[in-house]
Design a protein around this ligand. Structure first.
Ligand SMILES: [Zn+2]
Length: 423
């Protein structure tokens, strides 16, 4: 570090004029005062006697905690994204991403355009700290100074926004993905400026598939298109990550087709639950029980919730609409989830539709007869279930898209295993 750099760092952490600090520093060094000692004495002179008087101190990223009010930090910009938000009644463009040093990484939100780009190493002077979902986050605002540093940092993280869909987590910003559009539809929503059209659907790449929303419809987003989407952000939707495309997202057509994965990642139940939610996952386990509220059920015509004894929790006495559903508890030895099967999957397993089910219940004079029959079929058998997993205060629920009994024949399994071993 040159004397100039020391003066710069000191001036920005003290919030005072650099030329003044540099002159003082030069004087002291001329009198053979070691640089660190000279800086300490200048900190005292300019009033930074302690770290708890609100004056920022230089910290490594790992040292930053939610208890800090402001810090000076040097790091490499990993990602830089842009987003429009409505704050206190007006629209703001904010800049978001992550920066890293040798000790860790941290998210940032910038309220001014500092022109941050992935790969730059910067010193953010007087950056505010706020808490976001339990972690500290840098808040770069009016009183923050950003300076480009010439030093290169040896960071352990990938620089740039490129990511596979399977890596995405809610809260990620400034992400670039290469995907194919599996499904897309236009929806009219009641947005912050009245009725507005958005696109929603499903994206896929070689790793997995995820739902997406395009808040500012891009013409290039059509079914079957292979696209590069630069600067998307990720939110949680029904317990799983969802890709958000905005007015700032750059959409370009790729000259190569992105081959969507046919298979869902297969996980142990415990690992799937720990992930917090997955849009497309395959779990294999034994059905250990079929829960109440399965078989022939009645739903509220207003809200679709299951009604009991003709009463909806929200709408009171209603004329219930018949439906079929299964809630099966799946256990693989590492954990359990409730697999929820819709009317079509339930029909396949039950071997009949709503009319058959009603007839069955009438004959047995028992509404539970259908659930009992299903229970007898499923419990004790092993199934491979693919669907969307959500994990919340209601537990771990797997909304099934497919539900198939695993290969029952031990001889077949043994020969499959042998083939795998030989291959
Ligand atoms: Zn209702």
């Amino acid at each position: 570090m040159s004397l100039d750099d020391h003066a710069e760092e000191l001036a920005s952490s003290l919030g005072v004029d650099k030329t003044e600090v540099k002159r003082d520093l030069e004087n002291l060094v001329e009198y053979s005062v070691p640089v660190e000692e000279a800086k300490d004495s200048l900190r005292r002179k300019y009033g930074d006697g302690s770290s708890d008087d609100g004056t920022p101190t230089s910290k490594s990223i790992a040292e930053i905690s939610t208890g800090d009010s402001n810090v000076t930090v040097t790091g490499t910009v990993l990602r830089a994204g842009k987003r429009s938000i409505r704050y206190q009644g007006s629209d703001h463009v904010i800049f978001e991403g992550e920066i890293a040093d040798e000790t860790g990484k941290i998210s940032y939100t910038a309220w001014d355009d500092f022109g941050l780009e992935a790969g730059q190493t910067i010193t953010a002077g007087n950056a505010g700290i706020r808490e976001w979902e339990g972690d500290p986050e840098l808040n770069l605002g009016e009183s923050t100074t950003i300076q480009l540093a010439d030093e290169e940092l040896d960071v352990d993280y990938e620089v740039g926004g490129d990511a596979d869909l399977v890596e995405l987590e809610p809260g990620d910003r400034g992400i670039d993905v290469e995907v194919t559009v599996l499904e897309v539809e236009t929806k009219t929503i009641d947005g912050r400026d009245g009725e507005t059209d958005i696109l929603s659907g499903i994206l896929a790449d070689e790793t997995t598939r995820l739902p997406f929303t395009d808040w500012e419809p891009h013409d290039a987003i059509t079914e079957g298109a292979s696209l590069r989407l630069e600067d998307v952000f990720v939110r949680e939707f029904r317990g799983a990550p969802s890709v958000n495309v905005s007015e700032f997202t750059v959409v370009t057509e790729l000259d190569r087709p992105v081959e969507p994965t046919e298979e869902a990642p297969g996980l142990a139940v415990r690992d799937a639950i720990e992930s917090g939610g997955l849009f497309d996952v395959e779990l294999v386990g034994n059905v250990i029980a079929v829960r109440d509220g399965s078989g022939l059920i009645e739903r509220c015509p207003e809200c679709g919730r299951v009604v009991q004894n003709g009463q909806c929790r929200t709408h009171g006495a209603v004329d219930g609409v018949d439906d079929l559903r299964i809630k099966a508890i799946l256990d693989d030895g590492t954990g359990t989830v409730t697999a929820i099967l819709d009317d079509e999957l339930t029909e396949e397993i039950y071997g009949g539709g709503i009319e058959a089910a009603k007839e069955h219940a009438r004959e047995e004079m028992d509404q539970e007869a259908v659930a009992d029959a299903i229970r007898e079929d499923l419990v004790g058998r092993e199934y491979r279930v693919r669907g969307s997993l959500s994990v919340d205060e209601y537990g771990a629920n797997l909304n099934a898209r497919s539900f198939d009994e695993t290969d029952d024949d031990p001889a077949d399994r043994a020969s499959d295993l042998l083939t795998e071993v030989r291959a």
